[in-house]
Design a protein around this ligand. Structure first.
Ligand SMILES: [Zn+2]
Length: 859
C-alpha cells in the first residue's frame, strides 16, 4: 500500500491558521485519547485515587481454527444496485484441533444457500459481519471439506483511515453512467480486512490460499485479477466470462479484481512471464512512462534479493477515484489516477518510479512473506519503503537515494512530534493507524541502518535467507532478526530491541576539540532524547572520518556509542580540518552539530556524500555565513541536481557577479535536469540578468512543462505584456503547472474576463498547483460583480462536495472559499459572507476523508 495522501499531512501545515490544539493530561491512566490530526479529544480523567489494574493492550495474531486451502469464485455484478452476485466454493480443513464450526468473514451479505456435499448447512449471521456455519460433523486436521456459498454482497463503507479512505472493499465507479466525464469501472481494495465485503473468507493476514475467479461482465469491458487469464468465453446473452487462476497461495487481502474499458499495453515478457499495463485509452501511448522501468526493476530486485520474482505475471492498472495511493494485490497492482500523466509531463519525475518500485517489492515482502498481524505491518511497509531507496541508488546513484532518505527521515521525525509508538506495535488502538510514518518511513530507515551495520553482502544474504525460509508464510519480527543472526553469526537482539520493539529515536549533540599535547581529535557525543519517553541510551556504531589539512583522504574510525555522554579521542597529528561523525549518514536521529562555518565549508568540498554537501550548504545558508558565497560556484557545478538547485536558490543579489550569472545562464539552457533549468531561469529573471528575457522566451518552446512554466513566470517579471500574450497562446495546455502559472498571470490582470478560464480548469488542475490556481481564482472573484462571485463560489462548492474530485481540489476549494469569506467580512459584505459560510458548511458535511475532515476543522 502506498500512502498517496501522506502528502496531505504537509498540506495541513500549509493551510493551518494556527498551531494544532493539543490537550494533554498529566496521568492519562485509562482515559480515552483519540487523535484527529490536529485535535486530541480526551475523556474526563478518572478519580485520582481510583487504581485500575489491567493487562496492557495486546493485539494478538488471529487464532487459526480452520485453514482455508482454496477459494473458487463465480461473480457477476448488478451495476444498478451496486451488488455482487457470487458463488464461493471454499476448500478448508481444521488448522490443528478438531472442529465442527466454521466462522467466515462476510460483511453485508445476503445468503441464498450454504451447503456441503449438496446438503444445506445451518448457520447464524447475527452481526452482518461474520457467518457461523455448523458443519455436519466434527472434522480433524487430516480431513478436507468443501463448503459452497450462494450469496449477494452489497459492499458498503462504514469507516476509513488516513491511508485508506474507505473500507468499502469493492467500488462501483459511475455505476449508472450518470457522469459523462467518467468511465464506468469496478475495482477492489482489500487491505486491511475489506475483501470480505465481496467474497466470504477468513479475512486475516495470516491466512493464505490459492484461488480461481470466474468474472462475468458485459463484453465491452476488460477484466484483471490475480494470476493468469486461463480462458475468456463469450456467452449467448452478450456477456463474457473471464477465468483467472492463481495457483500460488496468498492472503485474502491481496485478492483483487478490476473491470473497465482499459487500453492494455503488453511489455516484453519478463523471464517468460507476462508484463502488462492497464490505462485509460487516452494514455495508451504513455503507459510505459506511467509505469517506468518495470522490467528493469523486476530484474534488479530479483538479482539483489537472490530470489527471482516469484509470481506468474506482473500487471499494473490505474483506476478512477481510488481510495489510497496504490495496492500490491498479488500480480495485479492498482494505482490511483495521480499516476496517469503524459510522457511529457513525466520528464524528470521520479514519483512513478518510486511507487512502481514500492508495490513491486511488496511482491516479495508482503505477498510472498506476509506480516502475520497488522502489529507487524512494517515487515510489509518498511521493506516496500526501502525498495524506493534501493531502486534510486541503483538507477540514479547514491545522491538521489540519499536525498530521498532525507525526505523519509523528515517525514518520520515530523510525525514523531505528534506521538511515537514501537515500530512493532502490539498495543495499537486501531489497526488502520498502523499505516503511518512509523511503519513506512522509520521501517525503511531502520533497514538502511541495519544494512550499514552488517554490510551489504550480509544484508542481502540475510534477506534471501529470510525469504527462502518463510516463503508463502506469515512472519513476525523475530523471524527477520533470526534470519540475519543465522547469516551473520551475530546476536542482533540489541538492534531489534531498540529499533523495532522500543519507541522513539536518539537525539544526538556533537561538539569537537583538539588536544595538541596528545595529538588527538576529541568528539563529545551527548544523547539528549527524553529518557522518560524513550530509551535514554541508544547503542550506535558510529563511523567517524577525520580529515587532516593537506591530506586528500580522511581516516575512518569505527567507534561504538554506549553511554549517555561519551568522549571519543582519535589520533590526529595536527588539528583536523573536519571531524565527520556518522560518516555514512545512515543514523535516524535528531542532530545538533557544533561544526564551525570553516568546517562546514571544508565538508562541502571534501566529504563525499549528498548529505554532507546538503548539510554544509543548508546550514551555512541558515547561518547567513559569508562562506556560502565561495561555495556557490562549486555548488552550481555539483554532480547532483538537487545540490545545483539548492545553490541556485541561495544566490543573493550581492553574490550575482557577471561570471557567476553566466554559469547560471549555462544551467538555464543546458542542465540535464529540468528542475535545475527551471530554477536557473527564475533566478536569472529575479536577479536581472541581461539575457534572461531571451532565455525565457526560448523556454516557452521547451519539452519540459517545468521549464515552460518557469519561462512564463520569468516573463511576468521581465515583460508582463509578453507574459500575457504567451499565457493566451498556452491556454489550451492542461498541464497543472502551466495552468496554475497562467492563473497567476490572469489574477494579476484583475480582469474578470478571465473567469471562464478558471471555470474551465478548476476540476482537473491537481496537486500543489491546485492551491495556487484556486487562490488566483479567488482574486478575480473578489473584484467581480456579486452574481459572478456567487457563481464562482458555487463552482467551488460543487468541487468541494464531490468525493470524486481529488482531495487536493476539495481542500483547495474549501480553503479558497474560506479566504473569500474572510475578505468579504473585511469589506463588510456580511450577507454574501454568510452565503459563503453556508457553502463551507455543506462541504464539511459532505467530506468523507478523515484526514481532510481533520484539516477542515480550522475553516
Ligand atoms: Zn506499501
Amino acid at each position: 500500500m502506498y500512502r498517496y495522501l501522506a502528502g496531505l499531512g504537509l498540506l495541513s501545515l500549509i493551510v493551518a491558521c494556527g498551531t494544532p490544539r493539543v490537550v494533554t493530561i498529566a496521568e492519562p491512566a485509562v482515559a480515552e485519547v483519540r487523535q484527529l490530526d490536529t485535535l486530541v479529544i480526551t475523556a474526563p480523567p478518572i478519580e485520582e485515587d481510583e487504581k485500575v489494574y489491567a493487562l496492557p493492550v495486546y493485539n494478538a495474531s488471529f487464532t487459526q481454527t480452520n485453514d482455508l486451502l482454496h477459494t473458487r469464485l463465480n461473480l457477476s455484478f448488478d451495476w444498478e444496485k451496486e451488488q455482487v452476485m457470487g458463488k464461493a466454493t471454499l476448500d478448508l480443513k481444521p488448522y490443528f484441533y478438531p472442529t465442527d464450526l466454521l466462522v467466515l468473514d462476510a460483511k453485508g451479505f445476503t445468503f441464498k444457500n450454504i451447503s456441503l456435499g449438496g446438503t444445506a448447512l445451518k448457520y447464524s449471521y447475527d452481526d452482518n459481519r461474520q457467518v457461523v456455519i455448523k458443519l455436519p460433523r466434527t472434522y480433524t486436521r487430516d480431513e478436507k471439506y468443501t463448503v459452497v456459498i450462494d450469496y449477494v454482497a452489497t459492499p458498503r463503507a462504514d469507516g476509513g483511515s488516513n491511508a485508506i479512505t474507505s473500507d468499502k472493499g469493492l467500488f462501483f465507479i459511475n455505476p449508472r453512467g450518470e457522469d459523462p466525464g467518467k468511465p464506468q469501472q469496478i475495482w477492489t481494495q482489500g487491505e486491511t480486512e475489506n475483501n470480505s465485503r465481496w467474497f466470504p473468507t477468513i479475512d486475516k493476514p495470516n491466512e493464505r490460499c490459492t484461488e480461481e475467479i470466474y468474472l462475468t461482465v458485459a463484453d465491452k469491458y476488460v477484466t484483471l485479477s490475480n494470476g493468469v487469464l486461463v480462458s475468456s468465453t463469450k456467452n449467448p446473452d452478450g456477456t463474457r466470462t473471464d477465468y483467472w487462476k492463481m495457483d500460488q497461495p496468498h492472503a485474502p487481502y491481496l485478492f483483487m479484481l478490476t473491470v473497465g474499458e482499459f487500453a492494455v499495453v503488453n511489455d516484453a515478457p519478463w523471464n517468460g512471464k507476462p508484463v502488462s499495463y492497464y490505462v485509460e485509452p487516452a494514455f495508451e501511448k504513455d503507459a510505459k512512462a506511467i509505469f517506468p522501468h518495470t522490467p528493469e526493476m523486476l530484474t534488479f530486485f530479483s538479482d539483489v534479493l537472490g530470489v527471482p520474482y516469484p509470481w506468474a505475471k506482473f500487471s499494473q492498472v490505474v483506476v478512477r477515484d481510488y481510495v489510497s495511493g496504490a495496492m500490491e494485490n498479488t500480480t495485479a497492482v492498482i494505482f490511483g489516477e495521480f499516476m496517469q500523466h503524459t510522457e511529457r509531463e513525466l520528464i524528470d519525475e521520479l514519483m512513478n518510479d518510486k511507487i512502481v518500485a514500492h508495490e513491486m517489492f511488496h511482491h516479495w515482502f508482503g505477498d510472498y512473506v506476509t506480516c502475520e498481524s497488522w502489529a507487524n505491518l512494517t515487515l510489509n511497509e518498511g521493506f516496500a519503503n526501502y525498495s524506493e531507496y534501493l531502486w534510486l541508488e541503483h538507477q540514479y546513484g547514491r545522491d538521489e537515494a540519499d536525498a530521498h532518505l532525507l525526505e523519509e527521515w523528515d517525514g518520520y521525525l515530523t510525525s514523531a512530534q505528534e506521538g511515537i509508538h514501537p515500530l512493532i506495535d502490539y498495543g495499537y488502538a486501531d489497526k488502520e493507524n498502523m499505516f503511518d510514518a512509523h511503519s513506512y518511513n522509520k521501517g525503511g530507515a531502520v533497514l538502511h541502518m541495519l544494512r550499514k551495520i552488517i554490510g551489504d553482502e550480509a544484508f542481502f544474504a540475510g534477506l534471501q535467507h529470510y525469504l527462502e525460509l518463510h516463503a508463502y508464510s506469515a512472519v513476525e519480527v523475530d523471524e527477520l532478526r533470526m534470519a540475519f543472526e543465522d547469516v551473520t553469526g551475530q546476536d542482533l537482539n540489541w538492534f531489534f530491541d531498540q529499533w523495532y520493539l522500543q519507541e522513539g529515536h536518539p537525539s544526538l549533540s556533537l561538539s569537537y576539540d583538539y588536544d595538541a599535547a596528545t595529538q588527538e581529535a576529541i568528539v563529545l557525543v551527548k544523547q539528549t532524547q527524553d529518557g522518560r519517553k524513550m530509551s535514554p541510551i541508544y547503542q550506535l556504531p558510529l563511523p567517524i572520518d577525520v580529515y587532516l589539512p593537506g591530506q586528500s583522504e580522511p581516516t575512518r574510525h569505527q567507534v561504538l556509542l554506549l553511554e549517555r555522554e561519551q568522549t571519543f579521542r582519535l589520533p590526529a597529528s595536527q588539528e583536523p580540518a573536519l571531524v565527520n561523525v556518522d560518516a555514512e549518514r545512515s543514523i535516524l536521529a535528531e542532530w545538533s552539530d557544533a561544526k564551525s562555518a570553516d568546517q562546514l565549508a571544508y565538508q562541502f568540498i571534501h566529504a563525499p556524500l549528498f548529505l554532507d554537501r546538503f548539510q554544509a550548504l543548508a546550514t551555512l545558508a541558515g547561518m547567513g555565513d559569508d562562506q556560502l558565497t565561495d561555495l556557490l560556484l562549486p555548488g552550481l557545478q555539483d554532480p547532483y541536481h538537487g545540490i545545483r538547485a539548492l545553490a541556485l536558490e541561495n544566490i543573493s543579489a550581492t553574490d550575482a557577479t557577471p561570471e557567476l550569472m553566466d554559469v547560471v545562464a549555462g544551467l538555464a539552457e543546458n542542465d540535464p535536469h529540468s528542475e535545475v533549468r527551471a530554477t536557473a531561469l527564475s533566478m536569472l529573471a529575479s536577479l536581472g540578468y541581461p539575457g534572461a528575457q531571451a532565455l525565457a522566451t526560448k523556454a516557452l518552446q521547451a519539452e519540459s512543462y517545468a521549464v515552460v512554466a518557469a519561462g512564463l513566470g520569468a516573463l511576468v517579471e521581465l515583460d508582463p505584456a509578453a507574459a500575457q500574450q504567451a499565457a493566451n497562446q498556452l491556454q489550451e495546455e492542461t498541464n497543472s503547472e502551466i495552468v496554475a502559472t497562467i492563473g497567476g498571470i490572469y489574477a494579476t490582470s484583475n480582469e474578470v474576463q478571465y473567469l471562464p478560464y478558471f471555470s474551465q480548469h478548476l476540476s482537473h488542475v491537481d496537486g500543489y498547483a491546485a492551491f495556487d490556481f484556486y487562490e488566483s481564482f479567488s482574486v478575480l472573484l473578489l473584484v467581480a460583480e456579486p452574481a459572478a462571485l456567487l457563481q464562482g463560489a458555487q463552482e467551488l462548492q460543487a468541487i468541494g462536495t464531490d468525493m470524486g474530485q481529488s482531495p487536493w481540489r476539495r481542500l483547495s476549494a474549501v480553503r479558497t472559499l474560506s479566504q473569500v469569506k474572510g475578505a468579504l467580512l473585511e469589506k463588510g459584505a456580511e450577507a454574501t459572507a454568510t452565503q459563503i459560510a453556508d457553502m463551507i458548511t455543506a462541504i464539511k458535511a459532505a467530506e468523507t476523508n478523515p484526514q481532510l475532515q481533520g484539516i477542515y476543522q480550522q475553516f
